[in-house]
Design a protein around this ligand. Structure first.
Ligand SMILES: [Zn+2]
Length: 339
C-alpha cells in the first residue's frame, strides 16, 4: 500500500459539524470524458463529541437493502439529536451499483476481495484504498450491509466476528444485542474458511474498528424483512453507542436471538459439475447432517440420473443459490449450526 494520499477527492469535510451530503470523486478519465470522475454519494452527520460510526452499503453492486436503509437513514437524520459522527456511503462501489452487478463493470473487480486496495490502481482498487486510508482510520465502528447478490438468496442474518479477546467479544456482543437481528452468524475470523483476508472486515480490525456485517436478502431484489432488520439494527447500534438518543430512536425486536456459526466446510454445498440445480432444502429450515442438498441435472441428457449433493454437517439453511444453472465450483447454498 502506498503511503501517498488517496486519489479520491471528497467534497465533504470530515471535521465540519452539521449534516453534509456530498460526493467522493473517483478519477475516471475515459474516451467520452477526458477530465471526468465518477461521483460516489457520501453523507456525514457530525455534532459534538462521540464515536464515529461508518455505515457502508453497495460494496457489491447488486445488493439493495443496505443502500435503501442507509440512504433513508441519511435523509431522516435529525442532526440536533446526533452525538458524535456518522459517515454514510450507501453505494460504495457506485459503478457496480449503477450497473446492477456484483463486480465493477470498469475493471471486473469485486470490491470486497481487493482490500487494502491501491492508491493508483483501477477504479475498484482506488475505492478500497480510500476506505483503508481515509474512512476506517476515522471510524470506531463499521457496519457493512450486504445481501446475497444476484446468485444467492439469504435468510436475513447479522454477521459478527467471534473474538477470543474477552473485551472485544463483550463489545461485539453488546453491538449484536443492540442490532437485534433474529439470526446472528458468528465467524471466527475472516480467514476461517477460505484463507480470505482481502475483505473490508480484515482492515476494520487492523484499524481497531468494531465491525458488523450481514446478509439481508439477495437475488438482486429487496427482501422486506431483511430491510426492516437492517434499518432497525443500524438505528439500534447508533442508540447503543450514544450517537442517537436512546429514547424513541428505535424499538428493539422482541424475542430471542438465534446464534449460529458457519465454521465448518461441511455446512456448504458446492456443484461438482455443470448442470442445473434442484434444491432440496428451504431457507430457515433445519437440515440434518448428511441430508440431501439437492440434485444436479444433466443439461444434455435428461434421462441421466441426477447427481446428488449432500450437506456433511447439519444446521439451519441460511443461503440458497438463485440461478439454477451451475458450473463446477458454484456454491449451491449453506447452512449455519446453532451455538
Ligand atoms: Zn455483498
Amino acid at each position: 500500500m502506498s503511503s501517498r494520499k488517496t486519489m479520491i477527492a471528497a467534497d465533504v469535510d470530515f471535521d465540519r459539524q452539521g449534516l453534509q451530503f456530498g460526493r467522493l470523486r473517483l478519477p475516471h478519465s475515459v474516451h467520452r470524458s477526458a477530465y471526468g470522475h465518477i461521483p460516489i454519494p457520501i453523507a456525514i452527520a457530525a455534532n459534538g463529541s462521540g464515536p464515529t460510526v461508518l455505515l457502508t452499503g453497495g460494496v457489491h453492486g447488486d445488493e439493495y437493502e443496505g443502500p435503501i436503509a442507509l440512504s433513508r437513514l441519511a435523509r431522516e437524520i435529525d442532526i440536533d439529536r446526533v452525538r458524535g459522527r456518522i459517515i454514510i456511503v450507501p453505494m460504495l462501489n457506485h459503478p457496480a451499483f449503477a450497473a446492477g452487478t456484483r463486480v465493477s463493470p470498469i475493471d471486473d473487480i469485486n470490491l470486497n476481495r481487493i482490500f487494502p486496495g491501491r492508491r493508483d490502481g483501477t477504479a475498484t482498487e482506488m475505492i478500497a484504498h480510500y476506505v483503508t486510508t481515509e474512512l476506517l482510520p476515522r471510524a470506531d465502528c463499521l457496519i457493512d450491509l450486504h445481501a446475497g447478490g444476484s446468485s444467492l438468496q439469504y435468510l436475513p442474518a447479522l454477521l459478527a466476528p467471534r473474538w477470543s479477546d474477552p473485551q472485544k467479544a463483550a463489545r461485539v456482543d453488546a453491538l449484536v444485542t443492540a442490532f437485534g437481528a433474529e439470526n446472528v452468524i458468528y465467524f471466527d475470523s475472516v480467514r476461517a474458511l477460505s484463507g480470505e483476508d482481502r475483505v473490508i472486515g480484515n482492515y476494520a480490525d487492523q484499524n481497531d474498528v468494531d465491525f458488523l456485517t450481514g446478509e439481508f436478502g439477495g437475488g438482486s431484489s429487496v427482501n422486506i424483512d431483511g430491510l426492516a432488520t437492517a434499518e432497525r439494527g443500524v438505528r439500534g447500534v447508533l442508540a447503543h453507542l450514544g450517537v442517537f438518543p436512546a429514547e424513541g430512536a428505535h424499538s428493539p425486536r422482541k424475542g430471542r436471538i438465534r446464534r449460529l456459526a458457519m465454521d465448518d466446510s461441511g455446512l456448504y454445498a458446492f456443484a461438482d459439475r455443470r448442470g442445473f440445480f434442484e434444491p432440496k432444502f428451504a431457507l430457515g429450515h433445519s437440515v440434518a447432517a448428511g441430508a440431501l442438498a439437492g440434485l444436479i441435472h444433466d443439461i444434455d441428457n435428461p434421462w441421466q440420473t441426477p447427481v446428488e449433493i449432500f450437506f456433511r454437517t447439519g444446521g439451519i439453511a441460511m443461503c440458497v443459490r438463485t440461478f439454477s444453472l451451475v458450473e463446477a465450483g458454484d456454491c449451491l447454498g449453506h447452512l449455519a449450526r446453532e451455538i
